[in-house]
Design a protein. Structure first.
Length: 369
């Protein structure tokens, strides 16, 4: 049997080797990163702070945490910073050492990996295709038994782009509080939502201390290389414990300053939301005309799709797109998804149109004008 390589959004070097395409020439619809690039203000001003690397960062990162608190509208004492959200996922799971973790599925694979490394067991709660991968709250409530230590939710969820509203999340937290279950919510993509206030759980930290929310700058602020993440929780005991376990200075001086700058760049933030909202509507409307394709409800900067014709797979579409220097995500590696599912994010209008043309031509459907 011929081995088929499956690629993630950061695998551009592998793509370069296998397809002989320079990684600089590839437009990644797989990485889910803001197409505007880094913050305008950051690009103009970061270089002037280069001398900051001659000093150690503030161990408490007070200015950075205050900048984040202004951005998310919470007390800076409720904010914990780390070397990307990946470090915070890892250290939370190491700290709590949960024996039984409930995960939605399909979802981001790193959660399960970290739980396994700590000796815990992951239990899947499947999101159903027949329900458009929308969370069934009644069924989830039944699954939240007292033997579960930790519930992990990605909201909006990767790769389904489905979301849980703030009010529904309140109900979930109440059930979890009664059963002594900690809830970790990964809000990596929430800033791309049409109405962030209707989805984010940050306001719920005022009422629940069994809540740990993760965010980062890799996707919305297009800065994965800076490795800056943050968490929000009103559980001061948990924050203190994690800070005691965490290595000091995990965020370098320039990354800390960059965070202070980008979180205040309102022009960039507004332009990003406007671009994504416009392209989300435009591209989903175009692709909805394709009879051999099903799009699932899209609530952030990427959409999950299923190819309805058995003669074309997601790998076929991946191959067709990458030969045009466009990279999508074949979702066959996600639990409960098969070779007919793919995911792509929204890039510039011009590149989005190129991808739409590849999808239509590969599925042998004439693009309606």
């Amino acid at each position: 049997m011929k081995h088929v390589e499956h690629f993630h959004g950061s695998d551009l070097e592998k793509i370069e080797q296998i397809y002989h395409i320079k990684k600089e020439d590839i437009t990644s619809f797989s990485a889910n990163v803001n197409p505007l690039g880094i913050s305008f203000k950051l690009r103009e001003t970061l270089a002037s702070h280069i001398d900051a690397i001659t000093s150690y960062p503030d161990r408490d990162y007070t200015n950075l945490r205050k900048a984040i608190s202004n951005y998310v509208n919470t007390d800076y004492k409720n904010i914990l910073v780390g070397n990307g959200s990946s470090e915070l996922i890892s250290i939370l799971i190491q700290t709590k050492a949960p024996k039984n973790v409930l995960l939605l599925s399909p979802t981001y694979s790193e959660y399960e990996r970290e739980v396994s490394l700590c000796g815990g067991a992951c239990h899947y709660f499947p999101l159903k295709e027949k329900e458009n991968f929308v969370l069934n709250i009644e069924e989830l409530s039944s699954a939240l038994q007292k033997n579960i230590d930790l519930l992990i939710l990605c909201n909006p969820n990767n790769p389904t782009s489905s979301q849980i509203t703030t009010e529904t999340m309140r109900n979930i937290l109440e059930i979890c509080k009664r059963n002594d279950i900690l809830v970790m919510i990964d809000e990596t993509y929430v800033e791309f939502a049409e109405d962030v206030s209707a989805v984010s759980a940050i306001p719920l930290t005022k009422d629940f201390n069994n809540l740990f929310i993760l965010r980062g700058i890799s996707k919305f602020f297009a800065a994965p290389g800076l490795r800056l993440g943050y968490a929000i929780s009103s559980n001061q005991d948990l924050i203190t414990t994690i800070n005691q376990k965490k290595n000091p200075w995990t965020i370098n001086s320039l990354a800390a300053i960059a965070g202070e700058i980008m979180f205040s760049d309102e022009n960039y933030i507004n332009q990003t939301r406007e671009l994504i909202a416009t392209e989300r509507t435009r591209i989903c409307n175009k692709l909805s005309e394709c009879a051999q394709l099903k799009l699932y409800p899209c609530n952030c900067n990427f959409v999950l799709a299923r190819i309805l014709t058995p003669t074309v797979t997601a790998q076929d579409l991946f191959d067709a797109a990458i030969r045009k220097n466009l990279m999508i995500r074949n979702c066959v590696t996600f639990p409960f998804l098969d070779e007919q599912y793919f995911r792509f994010c929204f890039m510039s209008p011009e590149k989005n149109d190129e991808l739409v043309n590849v999808i239509f031509s590969t599925l042998t459907i004439e693009n309606k004008k």
